[in-house]
Design a binder for this molecule. Structure first.
Ligand code: SAM
Length: 286
């Protein structure tokens, strides 16, 4: 489909964001969600699910680098990784940059998203789906984790916000099951939305995760198309406190993995955990 339309919009409760587009490259409803791929003037090609921007050609690197390198570089030797969601392939691409990784299982509920992103946004997965270490599973992540016999060093939940099929990926039972399939030094990272437009997501995830893991810390970073101020994620582990990891140790691991990044660097990694005071108060005091 190549329909001319001036704008696509993202509707929040009290905020509407408009993106001027050259064209709508694809728009349809899959088995699970309304899916759009547009060519925008400002951010290049964009994937929207149920009307919300998921990733864009121009700023995808920020989210994918922070959601992968913060947990992966905090782990001493990540070998087995689980990705829940992540249909555009950006998280998978960054995980596969680690020589220590022997296998990545990626569980995506909607194969249509993978097909469309490979067709219209191939630069995001950049061949990651064809890597021999990739084990792609088309399933509901909440069901997969109940059945798998595998254990993982790093688990990254790259889901949309808690709407539609993603709702189950924000539940206590899901987090408890993730804990059961994690190795001793396991680390979980999951996105928890923007600090201003998805206020409840950080608190809900923090309260559930602190009841399951020894360490749970929020970290923040700025993604232009994830509107509403800083975007957030939660880092949870039973044995690794992210606040104990310093810049020099991270620099050694960056060099050891020969990582070249556009947003991530060890200083911004450490800084990401120095979150705004209002977020600390929101998580701890209320
Ligand atoms: N980076 C984006 C964000 O932070 O909102 C997420 C991008 S990625 C496209 C989100 C993926 O999660 C989609 O491909 C969607 O189909 C998938 N997804 C939603 N619910 C799921 C579930 N229950 N199990 C597995 N994948 C799911």
């Amino acid at each position: 489909m190549n329909e001319e339309r001036a704008w696509v919009d993202e509707q929040w409760n009290n905020v509407q964001i408009l993106y001027k587009v050259r064209s709508i490259l694809y728009e349809n409803r899959s088995e699970f969600q309304h899916t759009q791929i547009v060519d925008s003037y400002q951010y290049g090609r964009m994937l929207l699910l149920d009307g919300f921007v998921q990733t864009t050609e121009k700023d995808e690197f920020i989210y994918h680098e922070m959601m992968v390198h913060v947990p992966m570089l905090s782990h001493p030797n990540p070998e087995k990784v689980l990705i829940i969601g992540g249909g555009d392939g950006g998280i998978l691409r960054e995980v596969l940059r680690y020589g220590s990784v022997g296998g990545v299982t990626m569980v995506e509920i909607d194969s249509k998203v993978i097909d469309l992103c490979q067709e219209y946004l191939p630069m995001i997965s950049a061949g990651a789906f064809n890597d021999k270490r990739t084990n792609l599973v088309i399933d509901d992540g909440a069901e997969f984790v109940k059945e798998t016999k595998d254990q993982f060093d790093v688990i990254i939940v790259d889901s949309p916000d808690p709407i539609g099929p993603a709702r189950v990926l924000f539940s206590k039972s899901f987090y408890l099951t993730l804990h059961d399939i994690m190795t001793n030094h396991g680390i979980l990272a999951r996105q928890t939305g923007s600090l201003h437009l998805q206020v409840d997501e950080q608190k809900e995830a923090y309260d559930l995760l602190t009841g399951i893991y020894s360490y749970t810390e929020p970290f923040v970073f700025a993604v232009p198309t994830y509107v509403g101020g800083f975007f957030s994620a939660m880092f949870s582990s039973d044995s690794i406190n992210p606040l104990d990891i310093g810049i020099s140790a991270l620099e050694d691991r960056v060099v050891g993995n020969r990582l070249e990044t556009k947003y991530y660097h060890p200083g911004i990694h450490v800084g990401a955990f120095h979150v705004p005071r209002f977020l600390k108060e929101r998580l701890i005091c209320q």
